[in-house]
Write a protein that binds this ligand. Structure first.
Ligand code: BGC
Length: 769
């Protein structure tokens, strides 16, 4: 079974998409899948998690560090790079098992003969600041080689430059490039060391590039190594340059192979925790693993101050901002496989509570209104005019920032899911409860009490479907607000019982209300749109059913400009029932246990033809609900679409004239959700694990590791049989219900085999897992 992504030719047209497809990273930084000689025009980038900067009055964006792996080659004065010399052969390859990127390029030499250039590199998963590369050449003729190797400080920026007062130094064989960001004065330092295993003359070139020349003998392989380290003032205090230098010296000492080994071991560990196997469908297996890979390279394992941006660490697109994508689409993967990283993601929301409080106050509300586009401080990076009109060139007023209030409920949902999955309620005492209550207070102040209908409603919002702005009683939003109120009450009850002293301290700030009493009152008469008794349909928002009914094909035929925006005041979809992305269906997925199969099916069938899937967040949800209603084959094409989005590069690249390309971690998380929570039918409610598979035709088995309430399990799920293996070290027995049957207990060290026909076998086994 292949773990390799490969391209066997060079195509200029694919430079940008390959930058995404061949990404490597470790959560601290992302390294785009560009080639060694590429620079900013080819969007080479080392994107740093959590370091933001604003330049020139434009929007803030993440900072790209200088590229410490930059290498350029020439032979007898002929530049050998794919952009200058059409290669005779070229392969670019990414091994997703160990996150190692390789290229091999064969150039025809001007005076006859061939030269093979190879380069291998990785962003260490073992040492988060480190990058390492191994390079070589082999020529069929004697020739003079010149290598330029160093740190390319001419970085790609959308709204830069961000790095100022750049200083480049050569300290005993180590190149150091240091600069500070313009807005916050954060220092960013990169150190680089090139190590040759042959005799070569080295001279310092201009800037932080060294020039190495030597005479190559025909048929001989010349190999060299590069080590680079990146530190910033946010993680290394006063002297990031020194730490970077020390890191590359230590790397040289350890040697490439040992570093690679440690990196591979760290990856093996990651895959042990998270690999999900599909038997019977190689294409799906590869796409799912690739999706998991994309999540692993951006997971903030080492910091609770950053979360995952909507385009991961694939560049500055989307301002490097964190959206609801994280809690609703990526978090489930981490909750099931790596609760510690899940905790970091939620701690990020706790650390940005002040920003959310400021935003609520700015709009005249109480509590916490989280940023639609969140960066380091939690203040909203989303502008009021977020899209440009392609016809007039003028900015369009959008209501993402002001009206996608569901973001605060999504954050609460994420926190509560974490508590349910891990049983770790310290997250609540460490700020989680405060976030929950502040979000509930926000909704209390946002809600409208309808005196005629005698109910609380949520008016003037934008739901997940961004094409319909400022609507009333969006079913999704209302359902999540209801959950927020419930969670606010439940978490209060939990803390009161378990940490009464903490509860008293934390709630002192809310004594004047609104607080629990008001939440309860609001909950008691809160309106959530319900299925129609005849059609079973849930109206997406008030009067949605009155909009123009038009087929998607018909709507597309009305398009004048391929990048025109379908939403906003005059958008093509605004006056119709066409929606951008899963909305009601997403709600049905989140609260799947509260709705009947018939309701889910009726709504799936109604909304599916009306959904554009104009967001990469959408297809996975249709796959999930299709599986839930027992029609996995309806869901399969949606699964494949989600799971291959960063392999095919087929996704929306522009909204108006704004470039939105990059990787799609929400879709990657969606692929995992569709496979595990959808087709394998895994669901945990904090007490019982339910498994009710609905596998697509060609899938025979789904197998995966799982962590629930701190205990480890392995699931093997087929159409007729489910095996649950509990690690011997587990503390508690797990209650589970398979195939909708009787409740069983899986004690530590036991393997339970449960058959569709109802037979149950328990093996006591030794030292499992
Ligand atoms: C979607 C949002 C999403 C954002 C970032 C938009 O196109 O409509 O739901 O949060 O992209 O991925």
């Amino acid at each position: 079974m292949s773990w390799t992504v490969q391209d066997q030719s060079f195509d200029r047209e694919r430079i940008t998409t390959n930058g995404n497809k061949f990404m490597t990273g470790n959560g601290y930084m992302g390294y785009r899948g560009t080639l060694e000689e590429f620079g900013k025009e080819q969007l080479a980038a080392v994107t740093l998690a959590g370091v933001y900067d604003q330049a020139g009055g434009k929007w803030r964006e993440p900072v790209n560090a200088p590229n410490g792996l930059f290498t350029r080659l020439s032979c007898n004065g002929q530049q050998l790079g794919v952009l200058n010399t059409e290669p005779e052969r070229h392969t670019q390859e990414l091994d997703i098992r160990s996150a190692v990127h390789k290229r091999e390029t064969v150039y025809g030499l001007a005076g006859g003969g061939q030269l093979v250039f190879t380069a291998e590199r990785f962003v260490s998963m073992d040492q988060l600041h480190l990058l390492a590369g191994k390079l070589s050449i082999n020529s069929t003729v004697d020739c003079r080689i010149v290598i330029e190797s160093g740190i390319d400080g001419d970085v790609w920026d959308i709204n830069g430059p961000h790095l100022h007062a750049r200083q480049e130094q050569f300290v005993e064989g180590v190149l150091r490039s240091s600069a500070v960001t313009g807005e916050l004065g954060v220092s960013v330092s990169v150190a680089e060391r090139t190590v040759f295993s042959f005799d070569a003359k080295e001279t310092a070139g201009d800037s932080a590039i060294r020039v190495i020349s030597f005479d190559a003998k025909a048929g001989e392989t010349y190999e060299w190594f590069k080590f680079a380290a990146v530190y910033t003032g946010l993680d290394a205090g006063d002297n990031p340059a020194l730490l970077a230098e020390q890191n590359v010296r230590a790397a040289e000492e350890a040697g490439y192979n040992r570093l690679l080994e440690a990196h591979r071991d760290a990856w093996e560990e990651r895959w042990l925790q998270s690999d999900c196997m599909i038997e019977g469908d190689d294409a799906a297996q590869f796409a799912l693993r690739y999706s998991i890979y994309q999540l692993l390279i951006i997971a903030p394992t080492g910091s609770e101050k950053v979360s995952i941006p909507a385009r991961g660490l694939s560049g500055q697109v989307y301002k490097g901002a964190v959206f609801w994508d994280t809690e609703m689409f990526m978090l489930p993967f981490f909750l099931h496989s790596d609760p510690r990283t899940a905790r970091n993601l939620l701690m990020y929301r706790i650390h940005t509570l002040e920003g959310a409080r400021r935003k609520a106050a700015e709009y005249g509300f109480l509590g916490a209104f989280y940023a639609w586009e969140s960066q380091d401080s939690g203040d909203d990076a989303c502008t009021l005019f977020n899209v440009n009109d392609v016809f007039t060139g003028r900015p369009l007023r959008t209501y993402f920032r002001d009206k996608q209030v569901h973001i605060s409920a999504d954050v609460v949902h994420g926190i509560w899911q974490y508590v349910i999955f891990t049983g770790d309620d310290t997250l609540l005492t460490e700020g989680g409860a405060e976030v929950i209550w502040e979000c509930a207070r926000f909704f209390y102040s946002y809600a409208y009490y309808n005196p005629v209908k005698q109910r609380y409603e949520i008016l003037d919002v934008t739901g997940p479907d961004e094409y319909h702005e400022r609507v009333n009683n969006n079913a999704f939003t209302n359902a999540l607000v209801k959950e927020t109120l419930e969670v606010a009450l439940k978490s209060a009850e939990l803390l009161q019982a378990k940490f009464p002293e903490e509860f008293r301290k934390l709630t002192r700030q809310f004594v004047d209300g609104p607080f629990l009493k008001e939440f309860q009152t609001m909950l008691d008469s809160f309106y959530v749109p319900q299925p129609d008794s005849e059609t079973l349909l849930i109206e997406q928002f008030d009067r949605y059913f009155q909009l123009e009914e038009v087929g998607l094909a018909e709507l597309k035929s009305r398009v004048i400009h391929k990048n025109e925006y379908w939403g906003g005041g005059n958008g093509l979809a605004t006056t119709t029932t066409i929606l951008k992305q899963a909305d009601v269906v997403l709600m049905l997925n989140l609260f799947k246990r509260s709705y009947s199969r018939e309701v889910k099916q009726a709504n799936w069938e109604f909304y599916e033809p009306r959904t554009e899937h104009g967001s990469s967040l959408s297809p996975c949800i249709y796959a999930l609900v299709a599986a839930d209603i027992g029609s996995p084959d309806w869901g399969y094409p949606y699964f494949m679409r989600t799971a291959t989005v960063d392999l095919t590069g087929e996704s929306k690249q522009y909204v108006g004239d704004l470039y939105i390309g990059g990787t799609h971690p929400a879709a990657n998380g969606g692929a995992w959700m569709a496979a595990v929570l959808g087709f394998a039918g895994v669901q945990f409610d904090g007490k019982v694990l339910y498994i009710k598979p609905a596998l697509p035709e060609q899938w025979n088995v789904v197998e995966l590791p799982l962590i629930l309430l701190g205990d480890s399990f392995r699931l093997r799920i087929s159409r007729n049989e489910i095996t649950v293996t509990a690690a011997t070290g587990n503390r508690n027995a797990l209650a589970l219900i398979a195939f909708g049957g009787e409740r069983q207990l899986c004690r530590p060290g036991v393997r339970l085999r449960l058959q569709l026909a109802g037979t149950i076998t328990a093996d006591e086994q030794q030292g499992a897992l």
